[in-house]
Design a protein around this ligand. Structure first.
Ligand SMILES: [Zn+2]
Length: 199
């Protein structure tokens, strides 16, 4: 059984390593250093390593170049770099445990309950506008929706916020019919009437 196995794949105590192991964590991906190469942003990890843990960086470079230790010929006068540098660097190691781990995908709109809210607010003495929020929770393109309302009511209608459309005029009641008609996924039950709101 002398097939060449990369050192990182060997499970169990390794020759010339002092136990317990001191695990160095990467400041970029916050994983133990040996996981860095699986991190999507490995290049940044390497940059961080080079800057903060140059010894480890050298070791990793050697590791990718070939086998580090284990070879009977390689161990000469140079003491095992693994155990030595690990001890020496202990003081300045910025260890972060339980970090962010493998990149999490953004959890976008799943947390927000799907609901469309309609409200009316005064604009001047006699005029009022209708505010529609929550269309984005149904993944509706707000720009298109605003345009649709504008055409439908022949009035001004524009996207005014992250998930807000303001329609010039009081069209709240009509919207209860028009929205489910236009977007069948929005049942009338999903539409809330917030009444008159001060803006
Ligand atoms: Zn890393």
């Amino acid at each position: 059984m002398t097939t060449e196995v990369p050192e990182r794949l060997i499970i169990g105590p390794k020759e010339g390593v002092t136990y317990p192991l001191t695990v160095a964590y990467c400041g970029n991906c916050s994983m133990p250093l040996e996981y860095c190469e699986y991190y999507p942003d490995y290049e940044k990890c390497k940059q961080w390593l080079e800057k903060n843990l140059p010894d480890e960086f050298e070791r990793m470079k050697m590791g990718t170049a070939g086998s580090v230790a284990g070879g009977s010929t390689a161990t000469g006068s140079t003491a095992n770099p693994a155990s030595e540098s690990a001890d020496a660097d202990e003081g300045k190691k910025p260890q972060k445990r339980g970090g962010k781990g493998i990149m999490k995908t953004k959890k976008a709109k799943d947390d927000v309950p799907k609901k469309v809210c309609l409200s009316r607010s005064a604009r001047g003495k006699r005029k009022s506008v209708t505010v529609v929020t929550g269309l984005a929770t149904f993944d509706i393109d707000l720009k298109l929706a605003a345009k649709f309302f504008g055409t439908k009511f022949a009035c001004g209608s524009s996207v005014t916020g992250d998930d807000e459309i303001v329609i010039q005029g009081d069209v709240k009641d009509e919207l209860f019919d028009i929205i489910p008609e236009k977007w069948p996924e929005i049942d009338e039950d999903f539409i809330d009437d917030l009444g008159d709101q001060k803006r």
